[in-house]
Ligand binder design. Structure first.
Ligand code: HAM
Length: 440
């Protein structure tokens, strides 16, 4: 039997990369929580109809890229390819409309797309999303752009990205623009590739974000959405720009920046990677006031949000000359050389960990040499060797691996001795269980 390898274009995120994923998550979480966002998780599986009803026009995501499955009762389900539709579903289904508005939500989750294999496009990828639902004020669009801008700056990418923004239609001005755009391309059909012709007949907006050189030239000449915007859209856009200026957020306007999912309206923006790596986006966002009605709600619910690709951000950070502070450095390492020693070391290891001392011991390793090697590799600050004599006398030899000194310490004093030696400031006092308050 062939060894069953991982599914193509899915990723194993190994511990080294995970450090960066965790770092990113923490930075995003910190910024978002400061701005009142609360975390939400929606299921990995959703009804297929949630996505097919949300998307009016032909798109790759719905047409070709969904992982479909049928459950035992014959229901059509999909691994979620994106989360705007699920988050709006969750907002409506959980009656968040009755909470103070707007509702600020964020999540860090995997998404699944049967995407064409290419650099930085995976079939399972992690994203951080932030959404503000229930309010249409343009100040929220600007605030979201500001949060993305702040995070990218804080994670060391300040020189690697630019922000592109545009204002697209509302449901009122969209149709007129689509007609103009289609008639522009109809006259140039002979210049279009087969793929572009398909886009023209299914979703002409997609012709604007082409990567094909000749088609980019055409897209530059194509009618601009700005000419078709109604007063409401123009005012909204002007306000977003005013707030961005106020917050000193630099941006470029790009009329070709559109979204071919037809529930987007007003502001769209992109955080473009402008480094030598690529011209792709680290993330993008937009307003999607028209989505709630598309998925069957009676009212339009204003909403705006963004999504960042974690893998791309990790790639961008690690391609630089950076490292992360090592929070796993070992304060204390026990070496044991006998079954009774093992029994003495096990409770001590656990007690030291409870006292926030980062402690390790290879209790499963019999060889002294192998244990010593591991202590060295882990760069343990203090090593305690426990053998027959130590077990019987309750006095331990503590070796300072940095100063190359050794001291005798009574077993009962060992934990306090190490705390005193590594200094309280260096201990990691993180204790999540303390957040649980028992009500009387
Ligand atoms: P999206 O198309 O998933 O967003 O793109 C967001 C970011 O996720 C992209 O800029 C890219 O960095 C990353 N990304 C997208 N596809 C892949 C992939 N196959 N592999 C690796 N990374 C990927 C949305 O779907 C929107 N609905 C964004 C949004 C949030 N709108 C409102 N809220």
């Amino acid at each position: 039997m062939d060894f069953p390898k991982k599914v193509r274009w899915m990723q194993d995120i190994l511990p080294e990369a995970h450090k960066y994923h965790a770092f990113l998550k923490k930075v995003f979480r910190h910024e978002l929580r400061k701005n009142w966002f609360k975390r939400i998780t929606t299921p990995v599986l959703e009804q297929k109809s949630l996505f097919t009803s949300a998307v009016w026009a032909w798109t790759d995501v719905v047409d070709k890229e969904m992982y479909n499955l049928i459950d035992k009762k014959g229901r059509e389900l999909v691994l979620k390819p994106e989360s705007t539709a699920p988050i709006m579903r969750a907002y409506i289904e959980n009656d968040m409309l009755s909470e103070p508005q707007p509702v600020f939500l964020y999540y860090v989750e995997p998404h699944f797309r049967y995407d064409r294999p290419q650099k930085w496009r995976y079939r399972q990828f992690f994203q951080v999303w932030a959404e503000i639902i229930g309010e249409s004020d343009p100040i929220l669009d600007a605030q979201l752009i500001y949060i993305g801008y702040t995070v990218l700056n804080k994670i060391g990418l300040e020189k690697d990205f630019k922000i592109k923004i545009n204002s697209i239609w509302t449901s009122k001005d969209r149709q007129k623009y689509l007609e103009e755009l289609t008639s522009f391309y109809e006259n140039k059909k002979h210049l279009l590739s087969e793929d572009a012709l398909r886009k023209l007949s299914t979703n002409p907006l997609r012709l604007l974000d082409t990567k094909v050189e000749d088609e980019i030239i055409l897209a530059n000449e194509a009618p601009k959405i700005s000419k078709f915007l109604k007063k409401e859209s123009k005012e909204h856009y002007a306000k977003v720009k005013e707030y961005l200026d106020l917050l000193w957020v630099p941006y470029e306007e790009d009329h070709k920046l559109v979204r071919w999912l037809d529930y987007y309206c007003h502001t769209v923006w992109e955080f473009v990677d402008n480094s030598w790596r690529s011209q792709d986006a680290f993330g993008w966002g937009g307003r999607y006031d028209m989505l709630s009605k598309k998925i069957g709600h009676s009212e339009e619910i204003p909403a705006v949000g963004f999504a960042f690709g974690m893998e791309r951000l990790v790639e961008a950070i690690t391609s630089k000359w950076v490292t992360l502070r090592n929070k796993d450095s070992i304060d204390l390492y026990f070496i044991q050389l006998w079954d009774e020693a093992k029994k003495a070391v096990l409770p001590l290891t656990l007690a030291a960990r409870e006292a926030w001392i980062n402690t390790q011991a290879s209790l499963w390793t019999p060889s002294l040499k192998a244990q010593m090697k591991k202590a060295n590799r882990l760069e343990a600050k203090f090593v305690v060797m426990v053998w027959v004599m130590e077990v019987n006398s309750w006095i331990y030899q503590v070796r300072d691996m940095v100063a190359w000194t050794q001291e005798e310490v009574k077993k009962d004093d060992l934990i306090n001795y190490i705390i005193w030696k590594v200094w309280k400031e260096n201990l990691n006092f993180y204790c999540p269980a303390k957040d649980l308050i028992i009500k009387n």
